[in-house]
Design a protein around this ligand. Structure first.
Ligand SMILES: [Zn+2]
Length: 276
């Protein structure tokens, strides 16, 4: 690692750009973000599965700035490993960064020694209005979906408000054995270390989700540290990681540059770390 000259806490080491080995901008963007995710590499220390060993080597190569020729080999290794159980990643098809991220996390979930910093656990209660029956469900997720057209701030604030499935929208009550007016409440019982927000692709229309620097989830503050952008035409993924409070590094395959701002459009996956 190079010398750090008076850099502040936000400083991420400069990671090496990754050559494109055939429509792999989706993979390169995910790898840059994981390399910039606090403790992610250390967390892979004793993984056993071949896909994760290849992932660990790949991230290490990016962080330690291996030569491009070595990174191409590590990229190929990782892609080959992940393709064995997930043939969608074979060949040089342009894949989805979010799918790759989800598959990496599902493989991580099979390792006993690894904690998943993205894990969100939430509980839902369903109250039958007529007889006050209450049913619960518990779910896990690795990200929060920001619906089309919604602002991040409003969505995070309002997503836990009660939802009434009344009248024409009744739900089934297990105790009544028929559909009833049901009121649903959601609460998160485990907040993630790393909060991922996902803005689904939206055909040809522009994605203008504004990247908020800080978000609050149930009184916990999170700071944006990385973004994966998706450009729909020509189709391309690229990533940003935070250098300092006001500057960012852009990773566009093997090209890297610095920028004082984030783009106004194309944010696809936003990564926030908990702000102590
Ligand atoms: Zn009931």
């Amino acid at each position: 690692m190079g010398p750090c000259l008076g850099r502040n806490d936000h400083q991420s080491e400069q990671q090496k750009g990754i050559p494109n080995i055939g429509n792999t901008c989706y993979m390169n963007s995910v790898i840059q973000v994981l390399a910039a995710t606090p403790n992610f590499l250390a967390n892979l220390d004793s993984v056993k599965q071949a896909e994760l060993i290849a992932l660990k080597n790949f991230i290490q190569g990016v962080k330690l700035r291996y030569p491009s020729s070595s990174l191409s080999i590590l990229a190929n290794d990782f892609k080959n490993q992940i393709s064995q159980a997930h043939p969608i990643f074979q060949g040089s098809r342009e894949n989805d960064a979010k799918e790759l991220f989800a598959i990496i996390l599902s493989i991580l979930g099979e390792e006993e020694t690894v904690t998943n910093p993205f894990n969100i656990v939430f509980k839902r209660s369903f109250k039958c209005e007529e007889k006050n029956h209450i049913a619960y469900s518990e779910e896990k997720s690795n990200l929060i979906i920001i619906p089309k057209g919604a602002s991040i701030e409003n969505h995070l604030k309002n997503m836990d408000s009660e939802k009434k499935f009344w009248g024409d929208n009744q739900l089934y009550c297990e105790k009544c054995k028929k559909t009833k007016d049901i009121t649903m409440k959601t609460e998160r019982i485990e907040l993630p270390e790393i909060l991922v927000l996902y803005t689904p692709k939206d055909g040809n229309s522009k994605n203008n989700t504004k990247c908020l620097n800080e978000v609050i989830l149930e009184q916990k503050s999170y700071i944006l540290y990385a973004v994966i952008c998706y450009n729909s035409w020509p189709r391309h993924y690229y990533a940003y990681t935070r250098i300092s409070e006001k500057s960012w590094r852009k990773y566009n395959d093997d090209r890297t540059s610095e920028s004082n701002s984030l783009p106004e459009k194309n944010a696809y996956l936003l990564f926030y770390k908990s702000n102590y």
